[in-house]
Design a protein around this ligand. Structure first.
Ligand SMILES: Cc1cc2nc3c(=O)[nH]c(=O)nc-3n(C[C@H](O)[C@H](O)[C@H](O)COP(=O)(O)OP(=O)(O)OC[C@H]3O[C@@H](n4cnc5c(N)ncnc54)[C@H](O)[C@@H]3O)c2cc1C
Length: 409
């Protein structure tokens, strides 16, 4: 069966980029169709660390109160262990200040955003529909093909936004040139009930050469654990069996943490392996389609940047597209010019942050002599004025962003 629905803006993907953009557009009366392949966001873990830059973006969208009500935990610091021995306690001022860094339920955030959109008459949400193709005429994309089970639809739109994440279908279909940073790690994520020795809001990092574990207490009384392993090695570790995999995991942990995991072995959730990637498109717009969020710049998980950048992208898209649509100038040339301005404004921050994301995995994971010395002497180093200046500049970029992003419409 096929059907045809005409809408002005089609957004593929209801992650942080797509659903926040849908919120901004629908609040301003722009007819918007949002298409999402998942029926239930909680079925896929996609990271939940929200930096002040992301929180600030949501506040600009008029959502401060709604965001504060979502399930979340403020991360205030970290206990650092090296080869099982306690090194130091890290609790920087940046983390203590408000709003700080929060571990926030992404499914709840997305449902809240979509709920806001659904109150608007010109908004429609295709939940559980997967975009599988493009509708092209005269060298330009005029719509998309979506499927749900055996049902196929074509949806026409004047502007198509690809916000369909790191495995973007639109990116595959348009096949644009891409700058790729080679990655050395993957991350195995799992949850376990939060132990009592983990203090409220204080994470634990256990580092040893070729094996690092980061863990954070999260909103559902669980401990979210991210185990950094050598890229592509999960299959080999898994083939040795669950017990060998577990021994591999606890080998870098301090005794009390390893004992706790052993006692709670049965309560460990399924492992979710993140194939870490970091890349960006050279051009974010192709044949009438604009790509934003992870679809245009897939972020490494380092310093929890992806959600924040995605939210900031959608502010800039709204700033540029809404005046074009409202001014009745939504001809192809004006739309393409707006796309160029969006890329130009966002590229500075994306490029800078992706570059900064490359060093920490090498220091944390490889743990060569230099890296071990660096980590061990971090408290002493952080008191030196020069080092303090460098750390503060990097931390500020991760926490507050690199460019000024202000909602103007
Ligand atoms: C395991 C993991 C941990 C992470 N940790 C963090 C963190 O702590 N903090 C942080 O800031 N970032 C983190 N990230 C990155 C962050 O989740 C992403 O950068 C961010 O979600 C990007 O938002 P987005 O909207 O661009 O894409 P996504 O969140 O990936 O959303 C894309 C949406 O498109 C949908 N979709 C995909 N294909 C189709 C299709 N063909 N048709 C219809 N819909 C489609 C998907 O179902 C999804 O809902 C993590 C990512 C992962 C995977």
């Amino acid at each position: 069966m096929s059907d045809s629905v005409l809408k002005k803006i089609i957004i593929v993907g209801a992650g942080p980029a797509g659903s926040s953009l849908a919120h901004l557009l629908s609040e301003r009366g722009v007819p918007t169709t949002l298409v999402e392949r998942q029926r239930d966001f909680s079925r896929e873990f996609r990271g939940e660390g929200l930096m002040p830059s992301g929180f600030e973006a949501l506040c600009q969208m008029g959502l401060e109160d709604q965001v504060k009500e979502l399930p979340q935990v403020k991360i205030r610091g970290m206990e650092i262990y090296q080869k099982g021995k306690f090194l130091f306690h890290l609790e920087p001022d940046l983390f203590r200040q408000d709003p700080g860094t929060n571990w926030i339920s992404q499914p709840a955030l997305l449902e809240m955003l979509i709920g806001r959109c659904e109150r608007k008459p010109d908004f429609s949400f295709l939940r559980g529909w997967r975009c599988v193709g493009l509708v092209e005429r005269d060298g330009r994309v005029r719509g998309i093909k979506v499927v749900q089970g055996n049902e196929v639809r074509e949806i026409e739109g004047d502007i198509i936004i690809g916000a369909d994440g790191r495995a973007s279908m639109l990116r595959k279909l348009l096949n644009p040139k891409c700058h790729v940073y080679k990655q050395i790690i993957d991350v195995v994520w799992f949850k376990v009930p939060c132990p009592e020795f983990i203090k409220n809001g204080i994470g634990l990092a256990a580092l040893s050469p070729g094996n690092a574990v980061l863990s954070f207490p999260v909103y559902d009384n669980q401990l979210q654990v991210g185990w950094l392993i050598k890229k592509g090695h999960f299959g080999a570790i898994k083939r040795q069996g669950r017990e060998a995999l577990f021994q591999n995991l606890i080998s870098s942990l301090p005794d009390h943490f390893a004992d706790y995991l052993e006692k709670n072995y049965e309560k460990i959730s399924d492992y979710f392996v993140l194939d870490v990637a970091c890349s960006r498109l050279q051009t974010w717009h192709h044949r009438g389609v604009l790509m934003i969020g992870d679809a245009s710049h897939t972020m490494s998980p380092v310093a929890a940047q992806g959600i924040n950048l995605a939210l900031r992208d959608s502010i800039v898209v709204a700033n540029e597209l809404i005046p074009v649509i409202r001014g009745g100038l939504a001809d192809e040339e004006s739309i393409d010019e707006a796309f160029k301005r969006i890329q130009c404004e966002r590229m500075k921050e994306v490029r800078r942050i992706q570059k900064l994301q490359q060093a920490p995995p090498k220091v944390l994971f490889q743990q060569n002599i230099l890296a071990r010395l660096l980590v061990r002497n971090l408290p002493w180093l952080s008191r030196r004025t020069l080092v303090q200046g460098i750390f503060t500049r990097i931390a500020n970029t991760f926490v507050f962003g690199y460019s000024d992003v202000t909602l103007k419409t």
